[in-house]
Structure formats: C-alpha cells, structure tokens
Design a protein. Structure first.
Ligand code: DAK
Length: 272
C-alpha cells in the first residue's frame, strides 16, 4: 500500500543520553529511514529527505557524528524502490539525475555510522557502504541482488564492495546476487562489528558519541584522509595525509590536546 506523499520518510532525532547508560551523546544525530511497510525502500522522496537531513546536520557545527538506521523489524533498506524504478528509461534516469543525490552523500564531512538490522540490499547495501562505519545486527543481511532484476548495482556497489572485500568475493556476490549474512560480512571486512539485534542502535550511538567527543577538525581530516585511500595512489594519499597533518598544527585543538596531555588533564576542544 502506498503512503500519503506528505508523510516524512526520514526521522531526525537528537537523543540526549545513550539509551542504555548515562553517557551523554551530545553532538550525535540519529536518522531513521521510516518506511517499514516497504522495508525502507529508497524511493526518490526518502533519498531526498535523507540527503537534505545529512546536509543540514553537516552544516550545523554542533553535530559531530550521525547514525543512520532503518525503522521496523525487517530492514535497514531493501534497496531502491523497484516499483518506482520499473518504468524508468535511460532518458528518465538522466533527467532525474538520481546519482547526484548519492554524490552529495559522498561529500558529507561529518562521520556517518550505519546501524544495520535485517536487510541491507541493493541501494540499501550501497547506502550502508557509503557510510564511514557499519554496525551490524547478527540478523543483518547484505547483498547486491540487482543482477536478478536484469540490472547491475548503480550507486557504488561494484566499486565499494570490491574495495571492501576484494575482487573474488565481490564478483561472486554481484554476479549471483547471493545474500551475505552479518558474520560473513564481518569476516570479510565489510562491517566494523556485529552485535545482538537489540543492541545495534545503542552500540552505534555509543560509537558515535566517542567520535563526537574527539576534536572535530581532526575527525574531519581523518575521515577525508581514510577515504582518499580508496581514490589515490599510495604516493598521493601519503602526501594528502602529510599536508593535513601539518595543517592541524595550526589548530587551537592541537595546542589544547598536547597541552592537556602534558598537564595530565582532560582536553577541552574548541573545534578551531
Ligand atoms: N522496492 C519496493 N518495494 C519493496 C522493495 C523494494 N526494493 N523491497 C521490498 N518491498 C516491499 C514489497 O513489495 C512488499 O510490499 P507489499 O507487496 O506488501 O506492498 C513489502 O516491501 C514487504 O516485502 P516482502 O513481502 O517482499 O517481504 P519478504 O520478507 O517476503 O522479502 C526481501 C524480503 C527483502 C527478500 C524482498 O522484499 C526482496 O527481495 N526485496 C527486493 C530486494 C532487491 O532486489 N533490492 C535491490 C533493488 S535494486 C541508483 C541508485 C540505487 C539503485 C539504482 C540506481 N541510481 C543512483 C540511479 C539501487 C537499485 C536497487 O537497489
């Protein structure tokens, strides 16, 4: 059944405390793909809301880390919306320029953690891989089933899965469309860690709170540098790392971090 078009499909929360502890989670935002009746399939509206929410949070200096998860029992996201995509033509895809939204996710500077329960298939798997880390439930299932629909992954699957797991494994998954259970995904380096289903969001929020407590300029530089490892030659990547390393010595937070270490006190970050 389709929903009323005016219903928001991405929920934005700013939890004040970690759900299972007193830990403050200042600076952490939780985005929930909220279309459980369609297994959070990423239709145009959902993708637009997701990208706009991420860009708003990225522009807001008080947000230091974002967690993205899926509502309901069954899925993080079961892919792009097949019903919406079925009638597409090369021309309609070119006009819609859907790839631009995915490109905008790639440009988000604040770290993003995917908290994956249940299915992360097709575009859902690609969205999780576009995030910086993945916390997976033991019932999580990853996969690129596009081949079974007569297409191939379109939002980075052939590239990111291959970089994460190597050619031999990515080929098998993409050419067969086989689902990959969480433990196998963990063994092959696709996910940061696997936890019990009930703990996925709290684990991701806890990790996000740790990242949010680190000096934000250094965090952003580190995210950017790690991502360059996938795009640059080793020489260019090392050069990029070194330049950013030098640059951070112009920040108040570098002075503070090192002074606090020497004085044996906790640092107070300024984000400058
Ligand atoms: N799209 C639309 N509706 C979906 C959906 C999807 N991907 N996945 C599930 N649903 C809907 C089902 O149609 C059903 O709706 P009703 O029939 O009740 O109205 C409801 O969610 C519950 O699903 P099922 O009844 O199928 O639930 P089951 O537990 O039996 O099966 C399943 C769960 C995950 C195995 C199954 O739903 C399934 O196979 N889903 C499709 C998975 C899939 O093939 N995903 C890849 C889609 S292709 C691009 C960016 C991205 C992409 C392409 C281009 N550009 C930037 C241009 C990505 C492409 C894809 O992701």
């Amino acid at each position: 059944m389709s929903q009323a078009p005016d219903r928001m499909r991405v929920r934005v929360d700013h939890p004040a405390h970690h759900p299972h502890s007193e830990q403050s989670i200042d600076g952490v935002a939780l985005l929930t793909l909220d279309r459980p009746e369609a297994l959070n399939a990423l239709d145009y509206q959902t993708m637009t809301e997701l990208v706009e929410a991420l860009e708003r949070l990225d522009a807001d200096g008080s947000c230091r880390c974002v967690v993205v998860t899926g509502a309901g029992e069954k899925a993080f996201a079961a892919g792009a919306d097949i019903k919406q995509m079925a009638a597409a033509t090369p021309v309609s895809l070119t006009v819609a320029n859907d790839f631009a939204r995915w490109e905008r996710i790639r440009r988000i500077r604040v770290p993003i953690i995917a908290a994956v329960r249940g299915f992360a298939l097709g575009g859902g798997c690609e969205l999780a891989m576009a995030c910086d880390m993945i916390i997976a439930a033991d019932d999580a299932v990853f996969g690129q089933p596009e081949i079974r629909l007569g297409i191939i992954p379109g939002a980075g699957g052939t590239q990111r899965l291959t970089r994460a797991m190597g050619k031999a494994r990515a080929m098998e998954l993409i050419l067969t469309g086989r689902n990959l259970p969480a433990r196998e995904a963990e063994a092959h380096g696709l996910v940061t860690r696997v936890v019990a289903r009930e703990q996925v969001v709290s684990e991701a929020l806890g990790l996000a709170a740790e990242v949010a407590a680190r000096p934000p300029l250094a965090v952003r530089a580190a995210k950017e540098a790690v991502n360059r490892a996938f795009e640059l030659s080793l020489e260019a990547g090392l050069e990029f790392e070194r330049r950013n390393f030098y640059l951070l010595f112009a920040s108040a937070d570098q002075k503070e971090g090192m002074a606090a270490f020497v004085a044996k006190r906790p640092p107070e970050w300024k984000g400058r």
